[in-house]
Write a protein that binds this ligand. Structure first.
Ligand SMILES: Cc1ncc(COP(=O)(O)O)c(C=O)c1O
Length: 410
């Protein structure tokens, strides 16, 4: 056979695009070289160096490295002791778990990919939030799964439009994916609203994938409630991880907790184990520290969680206070996470036709980098990550104010 060299990228690769890169990295907008860049765009709490993992976590990791006990391959679903620790950390009185209900993955991202692949075939569809974390869409496109976006309502603190959710369900719908607390919204659902979602899942016999990577990262009276704790009939895969809560996104450990109901997930549980064998889980050392750091009786860790939440809450309050003073911007107060969505009334400004132009021109003139709502499916909003230290946030919000005044319609 006589063949010419002709190496093409696969369809899976061509179908894998991150909407953030496609909208933000067009090369059209560059920061102002006269002003230092303030990046409030990346969901990484480590960007500024003000939020750091607890020293206890580092100490355990160093001890485990030096022990030499964790250099071999762990089981593909993770060490049993680590899975037991996750089960104890995630379970509730009404939804008990054991090690056999846990699959450890490479970050929550890896867990989401495994969960979606276990439930969907190409051509099936899944209901996902709008606005929502872009990875859901990215994985589904890459694998030929169809997505249908249900609306979140800013005027109702980003609750799901339940009628809209129901209207999307058809015979090819295989699951409902929710993200609570939410990126990009910073919202945290009430028990009542979670019950409404469960009623839909029950009525249409649909399992739930609940992305709970921001579990426990809530402010004031807002208490995080795992959706699985509220149902005896709807099977739930809940996704979690250490990236955000422990401030170590680079460490790449996440998990799936299988909250089965009436053995409805028997086939899915087997599939999750099979799929975990493709990657063989995250690296051994980081999973090895889970029994120590996920211990709910560990006072030092509990104090660390409280301190991080209090810091984020203060930064969130400052963000809302500062930005609500600017005519034309409407922050929707966050209940948790590290994100704030802000509505833009473009009619108040000259030469800013939408959120993408707002993001680009703000970067170009003031070197403040935010993400346009369009990357999450929500036009005329922008998202701020409020992890930066107060003085950086103050500088950024002052620059946003100046930017808005410079573009104000007279
Ligand atoms: C909602 C949501 N889910 C999952 C992830 C991914 O987490 P990990 O870094 O553990 O892969 C993120 C990261 O930003 C996120 O915001």
């Amino acid at each position: 056979m006589n063949r010419e060299w002709n190496i093409q990228a696969s369809n899976a690769a061509l179908n894998t695009t991150n909407p953030i890169r496609a909208i933000v990295d067009t090369g059209k907008y560059k920061p102002n070289p006269e002003k230092s860049v303030i990046p409030l765009s990346i969901g990484d709490p480590c960007v500024f160096g003000n939020l750091n993992v607890d020293q206890y976590v580092n100490t355990v990791l160093v001890e485990n490295i030096q022990s030499g006990k964790f250099n071999g391959y762990p089981p593909s679903i993770g060490y049993e002791a680590s899975r037991t620790a996750i089960a104890k950390f995630v379970e509730t009185k009404t939804s008990p778990l054991t090690a056999s209900d846990i699959i450890i993955a490479s970050g929550a991202s890896g867990a989401i990919e495994i969960a979606l692949t276990a439930i969907l075939n190409p051509g099936d569809n899944i209901l996902i939030p709008k606005p929502g974390f872009s990875l859901y869409e990215c994985i589904c496109h890459s694998k030929g799964f169809n997505i249908k976006h249900y609306n979140l309502l800013p005027e109702r603190s980003w609750e799901i439009d339940i009628d809209h959710l129901k209207s999307l369900i058809d015979s090819n719908t295989k699951a409902i994916l929710i993200n609570n607390p939410s990126n990009p919204c910073g919202s945290n659902f009430s028990a009542n609203h979670l019950q409404q979602i469960l009623q839909v899942a029950d009525q249409y016999r649909l399992p739930i994938i609940s992305d709970e990577i921001y579990a426990g990262m809530t402010f004031g009276d807002n208490v995080f409630i795992p959706i699985a704790s509220l149902t005896e009939t709807v099977p739930v895969l809940s996704i979690g991880g250490i990236a955000k809560r422990f401030l170590v996104p680079g460490w790449r450990v996440g998990w799936i907790a299988v909250h089965d109901r009436n053995n409805l997930f028997t086939a899915i549980k087997k599939s999750l184990v099979s799929l975990s064998q493709l990657i063989l889980g995250p690296n051994s050392l980081i999973q090895s520290i889970l029994p120590s750091i996920l211990d709910t009786n560990n006072e030092q860790i509990n104090k660390f969680f409280q301190t991080v939440n209090a810091t984020l809450e203060e930064q969130s309050r400052f963000t809302v206070e500062s930005l609500s003073k600017i005519d034309g911007l409407t922050p929707i107060t966050s209940s948790g996470t590290m994100y704030q969505m802000i509505g833009i009334d473009t009619s108040k400004f000259v030469g800013i036709e939408d959120d993408v132009a707002f993001m680009g021109q703000l970067l170009q003139e003031e070197s403040v980098f935010v993400l346009p709502g369009t990357v999450f499916g929500m036009k005329n909003f922008f998202r701020i990550v409020f992890c930066a230290p107060m003085e950086k946030l103050a500088d950024a919000y002052q620059r946003i104010s100046v930017f808005c005044e410079n573009h104000r319609k007279k």
